[in-house]
Design a protein around this ligand. Structure first.
Ligand code: ASP
Length: 322
């Protein structure tokens, strides 16, 4: 009797302890800071399906697009730190620091890190009727028609923005940029011929490339992508050293109890080894990271290194948002 009373008293004084012990008792939501149907969304939904089995709860996905992902990231940072609202974000977590003069979140202090998920290659693609049969012709055409062509991306801070920025800097040519809330709506407009080209992740482009709906001029990683073996890298085609891979990771708001973070880390690590997930991601040109990278410590060190790596590159390109 006394023990029960003591326990009740402890729980009323420290309700978080009890909640953390039973976590999760209701569905968990992962915020995707881009539109539904795009690359970040596709990766997250694939993960959510298998992670839910490990957590024995439904894992939902909420799309909060806009401002190159920064609206959704801010929402993730401000969510209740109880493990029920998580965030999936990509390399933009590192590049936004240099791109925005003012950010509403701090990547280094506003989150608990869960771990890396996958590194996704990108592809340089154009509308299906683009008048260039290969990368050489593509380069010649876009340089000759730079004032008429438009480039789609998912806003300042998106991976599609970073890849486009590096590409335009490398070829020293600028194009009119059309920003979307994600590359799913950008892809719709590319398919409709309203925009001319973009750089996007294989998780969004593989199906359209294989279906012959868009033209592809190269992959952005140094190695060819297994799901698109016939597509040469940009590096192979004369853009020496062009290398952009888009790492993705999961975060929880700062001050999420350690017990909850531990549960999220171990269940996500198991989910990342799920054979169906591995098979589905392989078809989309990627794979889960090795287990030692799906950890808070690895993600924290990686994020710091990426902030240090991209800051000077972006500052040199001279692009800023207020
Ligand atoms: N991740 C994409 C990008 O950064 C956007 C998206 O997921 O829709 O461009």
């Amino acid at each position: 009797m006394r023990i029960t009373r003591l326990l009740m008293l402890a729980c009323s004084l420290f309700p978080g302890v009890l909640l953390a012990q039973n976590f999760p008792t209701k569905p968990v939501t992962i915020i995707v800071p881009f539109a539904a149907g795009g690359p970040t969304d596709t990766l997250t939904r694939n993960l959510a399906a298998v992670w839910g089995k490990q957590l024995k709860q439904t894992v939902l996905v909420e799309n909060v697009g806009g401002a190159g992902g920064n609206i959704g990231v801010t929402r993730g940072a401000r969510a209740a730190p109880d493990g029920y609202t998580l965030l999936m974000h990509h390399i933009g977590m590192a590049t936004s620091q240099a791109l925005y003069r003012k950010l509403d979140y701090n990547p280094l202090t506003d989150f608990e890190y869960i771990g890396l998920v996958a590194d996704v290659p990108m592809t340089l693609i154009a509308r299906g009727n683009f008048p260039a049969a290969n990368f050489k012709e593509f380069l010649a055409y876009i340089k000759a028609n730079k004032d008429k062509l438009s480039y789609a991306n998912a806003g300042l801070g998106a991976a599609s923005h970073l890849c486009g920025l590096l590409f335009m800097t490398a070829i020293q040519t600028n194009f009119t940029t059309v920003p979307y809330k994600g590359t799913a709506p950008a892809m719709n407009d590319l398919l409709g011929g309203q925009v001319d080209f973009m750089c996007d992740q294989t998780t969004n482009t593989t199906g359209q490339i294989k279906g012959g709906k868009v033209k592809v001029y190269g992959v952005t990683t140094l190695k060819r992508v297994a799901s698109l073996p016939e597509v040469p890298t940009l590096n192979e085609q004369g853009m020496k050293g062009f290398a952009v891979g888009i790492w993705h990771a999961v975060y929880a708001p700062a001050k999420t109890p350690k017990r909850v973070v531990d549960t999220l880390v171990t269940t996500m690590q198991t989910a990342l080894r799920d054979p169906d997930l591995i098979k589905n991601l392989a078809l989309l040109g990627t794979e889960p990271v090795p287990q030692n990278q799906a950890t808070p410590a690895f993600l924290q060190a990686h994020l710091k290194a990426e902030i240090a790596k991209w800051g000077p590159v972006i500052k040199k390109a001279g692009v800023y948002a207020d």
